[in-house]
Design a protein around this ligand. Structure first.
Ligand code: 2ND
Ligand code: ZN
Length: 357
């Protein structure tokens, strides 16, 4: 069977668990929003600006990669701006064939003007609803859940965890911590994770991206993370010659802990040397609960379809593997089990059954 093409992949249903709202703005929108608030940008030409983000993020360091967010955060400090970028996010994902997405952002980064935390959350939720409604009207159905992120270098994780729980029945489906990993272990936020567990809520933790096994171990065994944001460094606990797993890697695989892998982002931050050398190949072969994600579509100039197409090219994957990634992601989502099952059985499987022929 011929390899899936980019256009065929775009039309196939896909599921995305790790995508940052402030990492996915359209360059044109950044320019308009920046103009309205007088924020200076490296370029006011949409094509040039898109290139600038990709090049600046292509730094080989997570810290330098994160500096590019100054611009996207600076222009999203009002309810209108947040509503707009959330609506456009839902539309862009739907146009790319994503049928279910969990999109995250850090509410604490949008308080520079006069918004309060609940206003930030409400603006984004309303934007996702509006974008999803417009996408459905255009024949592209998408469901978007929100994860609230706390910044790991800051000290607001408890407040953000409480905010997430407060909005749990209005579209917020989980919690996350992000930001520079080295020097900011997840255990700094243990009180927030313990609170979330007491509330029977769900969370993922960025771990094992720019720092290795101790970060993954803490995220799982101290903090109780349901999923790992990236988690790619779990390969450090696998013998490359024999495929033999260390205790932590065995635990992650045995417990079916989902890995939110983001191939292009990992190449940009220097976590891996290239897509072809990305440990996703090994982790797939060893049947870890692997999922494929975009991380930041603007900084990586990517989409779910592009990430999948890159893997098809590098590893020779076909529809069977793309279905496996998609079902893995849907199984690992933070929405209720019956709703996940419905999406798997009524949306994902019938479409891939046709593609598999
Ligand atoms: O891949 C990432 N690792 C750690 N932090 C990240 C990554 N991508 C985005 N962020 C940060 C920058 C954003 O401003 C923040 C919230 O989305 O999360
Ligand atoms: Zn991320």
């Amino acid at each position: 069977m011929p390899a899936p093409t980019y256009e065929e992949i775009r039309l196939a249903p896909k599921v995305l668990l790790h995508d940052h709202l402030d990492g996915g703005l359209r360059p044109e929108t950044i320019i308009e929003l920046a103009d309205a608030v007088g924020h200076p940008l490296p370029s006011t030409d949409a094509g040039e600006l898109g290139k600038w983000f990709a090049q600046a993020a292509d730094s080989g360091s997570l810290e330098r990669y994160l500096e590019t967010f100054t611009h996207t955060v600076a222009v999203t400090q009002t309810a209108e701006a947040l509503h707009r970028v959330a609506a456009e996010c839902a539309l862009d994902l739907a146009a790319d064939g994503v049928v279910y997405a969990e999109v995250r952002y850090a509410p604490e980064q949008h308080l520079e003007r006069d918004l309060a935390l609940p206003e930030v959350v409400e603006a984004v939720l309303a934007g996702f609803e509006e974008g999803s409604r417009q996408a459905a009207a255009a024949g592209r159905r998408i469901r978007v859940g929100t994860l609230l992120t706390a910044m790991r270098h800051a000290a607001r994780s408890m407040e953000i965890a409480e905010l997430a729980v407060r909005y749990r029945d209005r579209g917020v489906v989980g919690f996350d911590i992000a930001g520079a990993e080295a020097g900011y272990p997840p255990t700094r936020h243990l009180d927030a994770f313990e609170y979330l567990q007491r509330e029977n809520f769900h969370f993922t933790i960025h771990a094992g991206e720019a720092f290795g096994l101790p970060s993954i171990w803490q995220a799982i065994q101290w903090c109780g993370a349901d999923r790992l944001g990236h988690g790619v460094r779990i390969v450090d606990d696998i013998d490359p010659e024999t495929g033999r797993l260390g205790r932590l890697a065995a635990y992650v695989r045995d417990k079916r802990i989902p890995l939110e892998l983001c191939p292009s982002s990992n190449v940009q931050t220097g976590a891996v040397p290239s897509i072809a050398e990305h440990p996703i190949g090994l982790l797939h072969d060893l049947r870890f609960r692997v999922t494929v994600n975009t991380d930041n579509r603007l900084m990586s100039r990517t989409s779910m379809s592009r990430e999948m197409a890159l893997l098809v090219d590098a590893f020779g994957y076909g529809w069977a593997e793309l279905q496996w990634f998609t079902v893995n992601a849907m199984k690992s989502a933070f929405i209720p089990f019956d709703e996940r099952l419905t999406l798997i059985n009524e949306v994902v499987k019938p479409a891939y059954a046709k593609l598999l022929g």
